[in-house]
Design a protein around this ligand. Structure first.
Ligand SMILES: [Zn+2]
Length: 96
């Protein structure tokens, strides 16, 4: 499918399963900044009968979950324990 845009490719991958922004950047060979801005667009353009799902980022050191975080870009530090060992949020498009 050579004609698919980067945003369509991102949406394709998210329909297959959860990916972090870093996963997408790696898979598509795109810079993180670009992936993050494209993800914002993909999030706003989920189709009817689809649902944007987020698995929240989590601190691997103390287990703190970044539940209230709406932004796509990754938190750099845990607000509880200050650890930088954070598992990135993962995004998915689910069919409802
Ligand atoms: Zn922590």
């Amino acid at each position: 499918m050579p004609d698919r845009t980067p945003r369509q490719l991102i949406a394709d991958l998210l329909r297959q399963g959860p990916h972090s922004a870093a996963d997408l950047a790696r898979r598509l060979g795109m810079p993180m900044k670009r992936v993050i801005s494209d993800l914002e667009h993909v999030r706003r353009s989920v189709r009817e009968r689809e649902r944007w799902a987020v698995r929240a980022a989590e601190c691997l050191s103390c287990g703190f979950v970044f539940r209230e975080r709406e932004r796509i870009d990754a938190p750099s530090r845990c607000p509880e324990c200050r650890s930088r060992d954070i598992r990135d949020a993962r995004f998915e498009i689910q069919v409802t």
